[in-house]
Design a protein around this ligand. Structure first.
Ligand code: TRP
Length: 445
C-alpha cells in the first residue's frame, strides 16, 4: 500500500501540473492551426467535457478506492479474475516510452531558452534551418540538453511525493501561470489579438474534416494525462476527505484554460506579423522565434519567458510520467525509491539516446527498426496504441467490473444523482466506444 500523501491542494496542483504540459502550449496551438481554428476548439471542448472528464474521474476513482499502483489497483478492485485483470497494468510501461521522447523535447526547449537570450533567428527560413539542423545534425548538444532534462526530472521524483513532486508543482505552476498572464497582457496590446480571438472562438464548421474530430478526441486524452495510471497514482496519494469530483473539474478547467490562453498568445503573434497559422509541429520552434526577433530586446525577453513557461510545463508533466512506474516498482518488488529510479532511469536513458540518434542523419542507421526511426516508434506506439488502449481498459473496468454501488458510495457525497448517472453512462458506453473508434481510425486509415 502507498504511504505518502499530498497536502492540501497538493493533488490538484500536481495533477494540473501533469495535465498542463507540452500538450497545451506546443501541441494544442499547432493542432488548432492545422485544423482551421474555432470549430476544432469547439470539438475539443466537447470531448474534454464528455470523454476526458469522465475518464479522469474514473482514474481518480480507481486510485482512491485501491490506494495503490496501476497493477495492484486492478487486482485489488476486481471481484474475480484478479490474476487476469492485473495484466491491464501494462500501462505503467507506457510511461517509459513517452518519457524518452518527452524529455528530448524538453531538452530542445532548454536550448531555445538559451537561444532566446541573444541568437533569435531573423526569418522563418533561418528559424526552420536552425531547428531542423539541431534535430538532424547536433548529436552532442542534444545529448547534453536531454541529459539535463532527464537528470532534473529524476532528481525531483527521487525526493518523493511531497518534498519532490508537490514542492516543484507548488513553485513552478504559479510561475507558469504568471508568465502566461504577462504574455497575455502583452498580446492584448498587439493588433493581432482580436484576430487571434476570432480565429479561436468563431467556429466555421465547413473547415472541419473527420480527421479533426479524431485528432480532438486523441488530444483530449493526452492533454489530461489519461490512459497510463498517472492520475490513478496521484489519486492514490490524495488525502482522505478531498472532494474528488470538484478536484477533477478543477484540473480539467485549469488545463483547458492554459491551452486556450497559450493559443491566444501564440496566434496573436502569428496574426500580428501576418504569419501562417497552419504550419504543424514547428509552430512554436520555427514561427515564433523570428516574430519575437522583430520586437528587438522586448522580443528576447518575451521569448525567454515563453520558453521558460514551456519548460516548466514540460517538467511537471515529465515528473508525473515517472511516478506511476516508480510507485509500482517500490510496491511490488519492495525496492527502495532510489533503486527503482536507477533501474527505470537506465532504461529511459538508453531509449532516449536511441530516439535522439534516430533523428540524426548520419546515425539513423543504428536506430531505425522496421524502417521507422526510434523516435517515431516511441511516439506512435504510446500515443496511438498504448494510451488509448489503457483508457479503454480503465473505462470498461470501472463501467462493468467494479460494483456500481461501490462507485456510488464513493461519489455520492460529491455529486447529485443526475450527474452520477450521466457519468456512469459515459464511462460505460460513450468513452470506450469513442476511444475505440479513434484508435481504429488512427491505426488503419
Ligand atoms: N498531459 C501532458 C501534456 O499535455 C503529458 C502527459 C503527462 C501525459 N503525463 C501523461 C500524457 C500521462 C499521457 C499520460 O503534455
Amino acid at each position: 500500500m502507498h504511504g505518502e500523501r499530498f497536502g492540501r491542494m497538493g493533488f490538484i496542483l500536481a495533477s494540473a501540473g501533469s495535465a498542463i504540459g507540452l500538450g497545451n502550449i506546443w501541441k494544442f496551438p499547432y493542432m488548432t492551426g492545422e485544423n482551421g481554428g474555432g470549430a476544432f476548439v469547439v470539438i475539443y471542448l466537447l470531448t474534454i467535457t464528455f470523454i476526458g472528464l469522465s475518464l479522469f474521474l474514473a482514474e481518480v476513482v480507481m486510485g482512491r478506492l485501491s490506494r495503490s499502483d496501476a497493477v495492484s489497483a486492478f487486482e485489488v478492485l476486481a471481484p474475480s479474475h484478479a490474476n487476469l485483470w492485473k495484466y491491464s497494468g501494462f500501462m505503467i510501461f507506457t510511461g517509459m516510452l513517452i518519457l524518452a521522447f518527452y524529455t528530448i523535447v524538453i531538452g530542445w526547449i532548454f536550448k531555445y531558452i538559451y537561444i532566446s537570450t541573444f541568437a533569435l533567428p531573423s526569418s522563418v527560413k533561418e528559424a526552420g534551418a536552425s531547428f531542423g539542423g539541431m534535430v538532424t545534425t547536433e548529436t552532442i548538444p542534444q545529448i547534453f540538453f536531454f541529459t539535463l532534462a532527464f537528470a532534473l526530472t529524476f532528481w525531483i521524483v527521487s525526493k518523493g511525493v511531497k518534498k519532490g513532486i508537490e514542492k516543484v508543482n507548488v513553485i513552478l505552476m504559479p510561475l507558469l501561470i504568471i508568465i502566461l498572464l504577462v504574455l497575455f497582457a502583452y498580446a492584448m496590446s498587439l493588433d493581432g489579438f482580436s484576430k487571434a480571438v476570432t480565429f479561436l472562438f468563431s467556429p466555421d464548421f465547413s473547415k472541419v474534416q473527420s480527421t479533426s474530430i479524431l485528432a480532438a478526441v486523441g488530444h483530449a486524452f493526452f492533454t489530461l494525462s489519461l490512459g497510463m495510471g498517472t492520475i490513478m497514482a496521484y489519486a492514490a496519494s490524495m488525502p482522505k476527505h478531498e472532494n474528488i469530483v470538484k478536484a477533477s473539474f478543477m484540473v480539467a478547467f485549469l488545463d483547458t484554460a492554459v491551452a486556450l490562453t497559450a493559443g491566444i498568445v501564440i496566434f496573436t503573434f502569428i496574426f500580428h506579423f501576418g504569419a501562417e497559422p497552419s504550419q504543424g509541429p514547428g509552430l512554436v520552434f520555427i514561427s515564433l522565434p523570428p516574430l519575437f526577433y522583430q520586437l528587438g530586446l522586448m522580443g528576447n525577453i518575451i521569448s525567454v519567458l515563453f520558453f521558460t513557461a514551456l519548460a516548466f510545463a514540460g517538467i511537471t508533466s515529465a515528473v508525473s510520467i515517472v511516478e506511476p512506474t516508480v510507485m509500482y516498482m517500490t510496491n511490488r518488488f519492495k525496492m527502495s525509491r532510489k533503486k527503482a529510479l536507477i533501474t527505470l532511469g537506465s532504461i529511459v536513458y538508453v531509449f532516449g539516446i536511441l530516439a535522439l540518434m534516430s533523428n540524426i542523419e548520419t546515425l539513423k542507421g543504428y536506430a531505425t527498426f522496421f524502417g521507422k526511426g526510434f523516435f517515431d516508434i516511441l511516439d506512435f506506439t504510446s500515443s496511438s496504441i498504448l494510451l488509448p488502449l489503457g483508457g479503454m481498459v480503465i473505462a470498461i473496468f470501472v463501467g462493468f467490473v467494479i460494483d456500481r454501488t461501490r462507485l456510488y458510495g464513493l461519489l455520492k457525497p460529491f455529486m447529485n444523482d443526475m450527474l452520477f448517472k450521466l457519468w456512469y453512462f459515459s464511462i460505460k458506453y460513450i468513452t470506450p466506444i469513442g476511444v475505440f473508434i479513434v484508435m481504429v481510425n488512427k491505426l488503419f486509415f
